[in-house]
Ligand binder design. Structure first.
Ligand SMILES: Nc1ncnc2c1ncn2[C@@H]1O[C@H](COP(=O)(O)OP(=O)(O)OP(=O)(O)O)[C@@H](O)[C@H]1O
Ligand SMILES: [Mg+2]
Length: 242
């Protein structure tokens, strides 16, 4: 199933954070969304997963299940890893009573195995490193067998090796679930390794769309400024509300 967004607009406090933007992600593809802090990346994901309403626009995300991997892992501190991962299966109407306790255990064990963390069901989030928490949040995302996975800065705050591990899992989850995915990221390695195509947001608009290779060509002022991380260029930090 694909994602189609047409003329999406969202305003906060009189400021158009998203101004009539359109893009699509085909079945099984991974799209990266890049852009300065405050450019509306998380807002797009929150609208797609139903946490926020758009002001206007058409969003076609089928009837499939949408999983969100949040920017700050967003695990429940007071729940252990087992309860965090199985939360949706235990609490959501459409899943409640679908599985026996034994089946839940199997599903959680398999999802932990997928992210290389077998056997940590009894641990609490504060006992895990940031990278492990991210991987638990990936494991949590897949237990509902989602058709769509939305990742909000999945490698933020991780060292380069831990980032590579997460990138490998993003690719692996795509293989295993065939999900259509969107990854919000600032990290070049995530863009080049994981995505089929990229859009860049600035001041409410999409200022670049293309492949990761097109982005690296730096042949427009926006991609040039982004890739070289320059303060000089068409994008002014003030315009993002940063
Ligand atoms: N619920 C809200 N109420 C008011 N303003 C909001 C709300 N959510 C987001 N904003 C504003 O919308 C803009 C975009 O926010 P968003 O979180 O989408 O940015 P982002 O691109 O994800 O940034 P970052 O890279 O820092 O995560 C910001 O200026 C933010 O202050
Ligand atoms: Mg964000």
């Amino acid at each position: 199933m694909s994602i189609k967004v047409e003329n999406l607009t969202k305003e906060f406090d009189g400021r158009k954070v998203l101004n009539n933007i359109s893009f699509s992600v085909e079945q099984g593809e991974i799209l990266s969304i890049v852009g300065f802090s405050g450019s509306g990346k998380s807002t797009i994901l929150k609208i797609l997963c139903g946490l926020l309403d758009a002001d206007s626009g058409n969003i076609d995300i089928g009837n499939g299940d949408v999983a969100m991997v949040f920017q700050y892992s967003a695990l429940f501190d007071s729940l252990n890893v087992f309860d965090n991962i199985s939360f949706a299966l235990q609490e959501r109407k459409e899943f409640r009573n679908k599985y026996t306790k034994e089946q839940l255990k199997e599903i959680v064990a398999k999802s932990l195995e997928t992210v290389g963390l077998s056997g940590i069901e009894d641990k609490f989030p504060h006992e895990l490193s940031g990278g492990m928490q991210k991987r638990v949040s990936l494991a949590r995302a897949i237990v509902t067998q989602p058709e769509f996975i939305l990742y909000d800065e999945p490698t933020a705050g991780l060292d380069p090796v831990a980032s590579t591990v997460i990138e490998d899992y993003i690719l692996r989850l795509r293989e295993e679930t065939k999900a259509t995915s969107i990854v919000v990221t600032h990290q070049m390695s995530t863009i080049t390794r994981c995505s089929d195509k990229v859009i860049m947001l600035y001041d409410g608009n999409i200022v670049f769309r293309g492949t990761p290779n097109d982005l690296l060509k730096q042949d427009n002022p926006f991609t040039k400024q982004f890739v070289s991380a320059s303060i000089e260029g068409p994008m002014k930090i003030a315009a993002t509300g940063f």
